[in-house]
Design a protein around this ligand. Structure first.
Ligand SMILES: *Cc1c(COP(=O)(O)O)cnc(C)c1O
Length: 398
């Protein structure tokens, strides 16, 4: 136990954390300071899309660090121009603003929509968001989120977010008023427990927003960068939003996020938006290394294959142990446990050297590296199988 060397109290106590201290990572594996190894199906919260410390990203960061870390947001730099160009070439959008976190990218999307309302829609400012949605932890993005636990916090909230129900187009239509400027949602609600929208609902939303001259904003911070088997989730649906935000996977573990918009929606004027570290060369170099790999058709095909394998294996577990449905797409999946045993399973798994996430007590969420191997999936499934068998036996005895 080398934990004794750490002063845990030096960090603000913002969440319940086990006293495990991680010191090294490689691919799907993490090591703590006692040398114990863990199979990681959380990956920094769906962040490390190429696994821990992928050589391509590590090298890009090291090379860029020795070349230029940051010039200044008042000047152009090569890495940010290259990454913006690559994102535009690989998507339906025309312009990019880089940010340092998902919440900041969403904050930018909210500001962009309000700017659009000020310029073109008589000052309309309201954005329709969704019950259960999660958009970040700044004051405006907490206000935009539909997370119940956020409701009593940090009042007064930022005004102007009406909440509709996911996959219920009538609930969106009812909220549209002369003050509405946009509709914003995650194509799959990740933090809420992996609740997918239907492609049909997204197409209806596009029709409805177009009919009312509203912007459609996709928060693809969790679903983007190959997570669902397409580079961006909207590609599954045949429609394109006006604004999209990216985060998590885009930096391959490095703090990078992006706000993308069509030419029509990209209406910021000088002075509206900025930030000291935004678009710095170091993080953009990481983003370039990630995009280069993740945008390859054969890479995306492998995500689809791994997603199908994981889905089949989870379904098999569900049948064997009498659990519920498997939800999600690609490598963003959840298993409905039908019983509130998620937190206990997560704790047992940690003990056995497996990192799992339970976004709600009756569900497990899986967000492995996009290049997770078949063997690693099989190993994870076997470990859960053993735990569920024990839990079932315990229930029968009780
Ligand atoms: C994680 C997440 C965010 C917030 O990103 P941060 O980098 O934590 O600020 C926003 N939206 C969605 C959909 C997310 O999954």
């Amino acid at each position: 136990m080398s934990n004794a060397a750490y002063c845990f109290d030096a960090l603000m106590d913002i969440t319940a954390r086990p006293k495990t201290v991680f010191v090294r990572g490689e691919g799907s594996w993490l090591w703590d300071d006692t040398g114990k190894r863990y199979l990681d199906f959380i990956q920094g919260w769906a962040v490390n899309c190429l696994g821990h410390s992928p050589p391509s990203v590590a090298e890009a960061i090291a090379t860029q660090a020795k070349t230029l870390i940051t010039a200044s947001p008042a000047y152009f730099n090569a890495a940010s121009l290259e990454l913006a160009t690559a994102l535009v070439e690989n998507s339906a959008f025309d312009q990019v603003f880089f940010a340092n976190s998902g919440a900041e990218a969403n904050e930018g999307a909210i500001k962009l929509a309000r700017k659009y309302g000020a310029l073109y829609k008589n000052g309309a400012f309201e954005i329709i968001t969704f019950e259960g949605g999660f958009h970040g932890r700044t004051l405006a993005t907490m206000s935009a989120s539909g997370k119940k636990a956020f409701e009593p916090l940090f009042e007064p909230k930022v005004k102007g977010f009406a909440k509709a129900r996911l996959n219920d187009i009538a609930s969106v239509r009812e909220l549209i008023s002369k003050n509405t400027v946009a509709v914003m949602l995650e194509p799959i609600q990740g933090e809420a427990g992996v609740w997918p929208t239907t492609d049909q609902f997204l197409r209806e939303l596009r029709e409805l927003t177009q009919a009312h001259g509203l912007l459609l904003i996709f928060d693809e911070i969790q679903t983007g960068m190959g997570r669902t088997g397409k580079l961006f989730h909207y590609e599954h649906t045949g429609i394109t939003p006006d604004i999209m935000t990216l985060g998590k996977g885009i930096g391959g573990g490095a703090p990078l996020a992006a706000l993308l918009a069509t030419e029509e929606a990209a209406c910021f004027e000088h002075g509206d938006q900025g930030g000291t570290f935004n678009g710095n060369s170091l993080m953009c170099a990481a983003g370039l290394a990630v995009l280069e790999q993740v945008s390859k058709p054969e890479f995306l095909r492998s995500v689809v294959d791994s997603g199908h394998l994981l889905e089949r294996e989870l379904q098999r577990l569900s049948t064997r142990h009498g659990l519920g449905e498997v939800r999600g797409r690609g490598l963003l999946l959840a298993l409905d446990l039908k019983l509130p045993i998620g937190p206990a399973l997560v704790a047992q798994a940690l003990d056995k050297g497996l990192l799992l996430n339970s976004p709600q007590p009756d569900a497990l969420r899986f967000m492995p590296a996009l290049n997770v191997s078949r063997e690693e999936i099989a190993q994870m499934i076997d470990q859960i199988d053993v735990m569920l068998t024990k839990a079932g036996a315990a229930r029968r005895v009780a």
